[in-house]
Design a protein around this ligand. Structure first.
Ligand code: PMT
Length: 405
């Protein structure tokens, strides 16, 4: 779904970590105890946060704690003194987030009721509204709640599925509110223009591991941060993202369909499984070019050996294999980790592997390449002028997509 609120049109493609104006509604549910942590994350991201609490939510989260963290007075129904703050608040907000959203509030907003400050604000809003239902599983799966969710979605309200797990009532099932960092990802996604909606993106990230025996391997220092940044920004822009991640990737992968792999052969198999489906394939992973010819089932012993010789054989070149099969309209983006003749080597790889774009990465430069949060990349294509991006990997990734799409 593409959102075109006036606020969002102004915000098109601006860096995500700029301040945003978030109107947070809290309703009565045990998950409200997590909301101070969410407010903290919103403030840490440099955004502003106005909070409306329903009367019952104040039994689960202390308004004073939220006021202290947000630096603003919390709006409640008892303070609703006919100065019609809901109109001013909705005009101010870029996005309204209701977390947790009880079955009761969900039903009220589905039916256009406006019997408290929060439901009045939702009724008066024209910005994106993001709802996080959290309740007992039986209440969540009831025909009434499911019908209300359907109604809200038909109106363009984003309803995020609760997670499964142990519930406060002792039951086990679907009904848990996502964690605050996951809610932050959903907020950023809601704030982005979904110019990649409906697109399928496959990203490879991290290092491959070529095991010699059960305890030793050949690998490289890739953390997967660059690949995850490419995946994250595509997801924020509305794409469906499949992340094929090596063992070294420990970044937050919320929202992606994640496939874990170990070796280059595993990665080849998973990328090939996606070749029909993917509109964009991003090869940010650092793939080992060689593996041991022989794998030892038991640990190689050092006793009695001053030196050993390993015979290595070539791994498949995954990007080149994809390049051979690439179909009309499919876009293949590679990276090139280089130590010398950076642009020249990258351009040679672009042509040899039949890529559409390559991001040349001088891994010897300060604050660039493996493991760090920042990078400097040169975007090279066959026919467009070169671009250089420098900064946080997540910001660079956003800019790369600006150019590619
Ligand atoms: O993961 P980080 O810690 O954030 O670090 C980021 C990074 C340095 C790993 C990343 O920016 C990067 O440069 N990735 C590509 C690393 C690499 O393998 O470069 P290459 O020049 O060896 O390979 C060129 C392209 O072919 C790459 O897209 C690579 O994924 C692909 N390739 C390489 C070898 C192989 N056998 N199969 C491949 O598909």
């Amino acid at each position: 779904m593409q959102y075109h609120s006036p606020n969002q049109m102004q915000n098109q493609n601006r860096p995500l970590k700029q301040p945003h104006r978030i109107l947070l509604g809290i309703t009565g549910g045990i998950a409200a105890y997590k909301i101070p942590a969410l407010v903290r994350l919103i403030m840490k991201a440099g955004s502003e946060c106005e909070v409306i609490m329903t009367d019952s939510s104040a039994k689960f989260a202390a308004p004073m704690a939220i006021e202290t963290l947000s630096g603003r007075k919390v709006w409640t129904d008892s303070g609703f003194d006919h100065t019609i703050p809901h109109i001013r608040l909705t005009q101010w907000a870029e996005v309204i987030v209701i977390a947790p959203c009880s079955a009761n509030t969900l039903a009220k907003i589905a039916h256009g009721m406006a019997d408290n400050l929060l439901t009045s604000a939702v009724l008066a809003s024209s910005c994106p509204v993001l709802v996080f239902p959290a309740m007992n599983e039986r209440m969540y799966s009831s025909p009434a709640t499911q019908s209300n969710i359907k109604t809200l979605r038909e109106r363009g309200i984003m309803v995020i599925e609760p997670e499964s797990g142990a519930l406060a009532c002792g039951d086990d099932g679907k009904g848990r509110m996502p964690e605050p960092n996951e809610i932050m990802h959903e907020i950023f996604r809601a704030l982005c223009v979904h110019d990649m909606a409906g697109k399928n993106v496959t990203v490879t990230a991290g290092a491959t591991h070529e095991y010699l025996d059960p305890v030793r391997y050949i690998s490289n220092p890739s953390s997967g941060k660059m690949g995850v940044a490419m995946a994250r920004s595509a997801w924020y822009r509305g794409a469906n993202v499949r992340l094929i991640a090596g063992e070294s990737v420990s970044a937050d992968m919320y929202g992606f369909d994640v496939v874990r792999i170990v070796s280059a052969d595993d990665m080849l198999r998973e990328v090939m499984a996606d070749i029909e489906r993917a509109d964009y394939i991003v090869k940010a992973a650092a793939v080992g070019d060689y593996r041991a010819k022989e794998y030892h089932e038991r640990k190689i012993k050092r006793e009695g050996r001053d030196a050993i010789t390993l015979e290595l054989v070539r791994n498949p070149d995954i990007a080149a294999e994809v390049g051979k099969l690439k179909r009309e309209g499919q876009v293949l983006i590679g990276f090139a980790a280089e130590t010398d003749n950076v642009a020249g080597n990258a351009r040679e790889k672009l042509l040899r592997k039949n890529l559409d774009y390559i991001l040349a990465n001088d891994v010897t430069a300060e604050g660039s390449g493996f493991g760090v949060d920042t990078n400097t990349l040169r975007l090279i294509s066959r026919d467009k002028p070169e671009e250089i991006f420098s900064g946080l990997k997540e910001d660079i990734a956003f800019q790369v997509w600006d150019h590619v799409i």
